[in-house]
Design a protein around this ligand. Structure first.
Ligand code: FE2
Length: 426
C-alpha cells in the first residue's frame, strides 16, 4: 500500500510505538510499516510523541493581541478588563479584528492547536466581531475547526439590544449560544437569561456554552440553573459551563448536592486556569483564594472537564502563547493533579477531552480518523507537560502545515563533557 505521508517510529500517548500512514487526508494505518514503505513523504519521528491535535474549547479571538489598547489593566481585575474591552470594542473595525484573529490562528497552527471555540462579543449592534470571525472561520477552514459562540459580554438583559443582537449573530451563522448570567443585574435575571438561552439553543438545535459564575462570590449558583435548564431541554453534552470559579469558594455541603446535578445533566465543564488564577481572588488579602473550579472533584463524578486558554495578550491577560501545554500545566498545578495518572489525564484534557466537549468526533490516532496530529519533541505526555517542547510537525487533514526545529542546548560547562542535549531526560 502506498501513502501520501508516513510518520515513522513515533510514540503514542498511551506508550505504544507505531508508524502512522496517511492517505487522502485520513489515517490509513497505525501499525509497524515496512522500512521501504512507499510514501510521498516520510517523517522520522523515532522516539517522539505523536498526539492528537490540541484543542482550545474557550477563547476570545475578537480581543486577542490587543493588549495595552487603549491602556493596560491596572487593577488586574475582571471588571476593569470588561470596561477596557468596552472602550476598544466601540472603535474596533471588523478588518482590524480579523487581522488580529488571523495572526493568532497562524500562531495556533504552529503550536498544534487545530480546533478553537471562540466567544465573540455581540453587545455592539454593528456585530463587527461576528462579521470578522465569520470571515476568519472561512479563511482558515481547510486546517482549523473554528467555532464561534454568540457572547453577550455585558449581559443578555443588562446590555440594551443584546438579546436581539445575539439572535442576529446566530442568523449570520455563529455556531453556539453564549451567556453571562452572573453579569446580569440580579440573580433572578441571571437565572432567567439561562432559561432563555437554553430554550434558544434547543429550538435552533445548537450547543450552549455559558460564562458561568466567573466570580469569587460563593452564592453565585447559576451553574445549578444551567444544569436544570440543560436537563429540561435534553441538551446533554451540547451544554457547557465555562469558568465556574464560584465553585472554588462554595460551601462544601452545597457542592455535594450540586455536582451530582451537573453529572445528571450530562453537561461539560471548562476550567480556564491561566486566567482564573490571575483574575480571581483580587479582593482577598490572605489567605488568598485561587479561583479555579473543582476539576478533579467533577471528574470523579464523570463530568467531562476541559482546559481552556481563554485569553492571549488582551485586556484580561497580558501573557499566553497559544500553548495548550502551558494551560494544562497551570491547571494541573492549581488542581494538584500530580499523580502520574492525573498528569496523563491533564494532557488528554487538552486534546481528546476538549475535542469531545466541542463536538469533534472524527479525530484520533486510529485508522479512518481525520489525519490531524502533532509530533512533539518529547517522549511521552508527562515530558510534554514538563518541557512544553517544540511542535516538530503539525499535520492537519493530511497536510504538514507547520514545522519547528528541535530544542537543543550546547553545553560548555567547566568540568563537564561538551555535549548537545536534545532533551534533558535523554
Ligand atoms: Fe471567557
Amino acid at each position: 500500500m502506498s501513502f501520501d505521508l508516513v510518520v515513522k517510529g513515533g510514540v503514542l500517548p498511551d506508550g505504544r510505538r507505531a508508524d502512522i500512514g496517511v492517505k487522502a487526508g485520513r489515517i490509513a494505518a497505525v501499525e509497524p510499516l515496512p522500512e521501504a514503505v512507499e510514501a510521498g513523504r516520510v517523517i522520522d519521528a523515532a522516539g517522539d510523541l505523536i498526539s492528537p491535535p490540541f484543542v482550545d474549547p474557550h477563547f476570545h479571538m475578537d480581543a486577542t493581541l490587543s493588549y495595552g489598547t487603549p491602556r493596560v489593566n491596572a487593577s488586574g481585575t475582571l471588571l476593569e478588563a470588561i470596561d477596557l474591552w468596552g472602550e476598544l470594542r466601540a472603535v474596533a473595525t471588523a478588518e482590524e479584528m480579523a487581522a488580529r484573529a488571523l495572526e493568532y490562528c497562524d500562531w495556533a497552527a504552529a503550536m498544534g492547536v487545530l480546533a478553537i471555540r471562540t466567544h465573540v462579543d455581540v453587545t455592539d449592534p454593528r456585530l463587527a466581531g461576528a462579521e470578522a470571525l465569520l470571515s476568519v472561520r472561512e479563511a482558515t477552514k481547510d486546517w482549523l475547526d473554528l467555532q464561534l459562540v454568540a457572547f453577550p459580554q455585558d449581559g443578555l438583559y443588562r446590555a440594551h439590544g443584546a438579546r436581539e443582537n445575539l439572535l442576529r449573530a446566530l442568523d449570520m451563522g455563529v455556531d453556539v449560544v453564549g451567556g453571562i448570567p452572573h453579569f446580569e443585574r440580579t440573580m433572578q435575571e441571571g437565572a432567567e437569561s439561562l432559561a432563555d438561552l437554553c430554550r434558544i439553543a434547543a429550538e435552533r438545535g445548537l450547543p450552549v456554552d455559558i460564562h458561568c459564575d466567573e466570580t469569587d462570590d460563593p452564592m453565585s449558583r447559576h451553574v445549578e440553573t444551567l444544569a436544570r435548564e440543560a436537563l429540561r431541554h435534553g441538551l446533554g453534552a451540547r451544554a457547557t459551563g465555562s469558568h465556574l470559579t464560584s465553585m472554588h469558594s462554595m460551601d462544601n455541603y452545597y457542592v455535594s448536592k450540586l455536582l451530582p446535578l451537573i453529572a445528571e445533566s450530562g453537561m461539560n465543564a471548562i476550567a480556564n486556569p491561566l486566567i482564573n488564577i490571575t483574575l480571581q481572588g483580587r479582593h482577598d488579602t490572605f489567605p488568598k483564594r485561587r479561583g479555579m473550579t473543582r476539576v478533579k472533584e467533577m471528574q470523579a463524578l464523570g463530568i467531562p472537564v476541559g482546559w481552556g486558554q481563554d485569553c492571549v495578550r488582551d485586556p484580561w491577560y497580558p501573557l499566553g502563547a497559544a500553548d495548550m501545554l502551558d494551560v494544562a500545566s497551570m491547571g494541573l498545578h492549581v488542581a494538584q493533579m500530580t499523580h502520574p495518572a492525573e498528569m496523563a489525564r491533564a494532557f488528554t484534557m487538552a486534546t481528546e477531552t476538549n475535542a469531545a466537549i466541542i463536538g469533534i468526533d472524527d479525530w484520533g490516532l486510529r485508522p479512518g480518523a481525520r489525519a490531524s496530529f502533532v509530533v512533539l519533541d518529547a517522549g511521552n505526555p508527562v515530558e510534554a507537560l514538563r518541557l512544553k517542547p517544540a511542535r516538530l510537525f503539525v499535520v492537519s487533514n493530511g497536510a504538514v502545515i507547520a514545522e519547528s526545529p528541535r530544542g537543543a542546548a550546547r553545553l560548555s560547562l567547566p568540568g563537564r563533557p561538551e555535549r548537545v542535549s536534545r532533551r534533558f531526560s535523554d
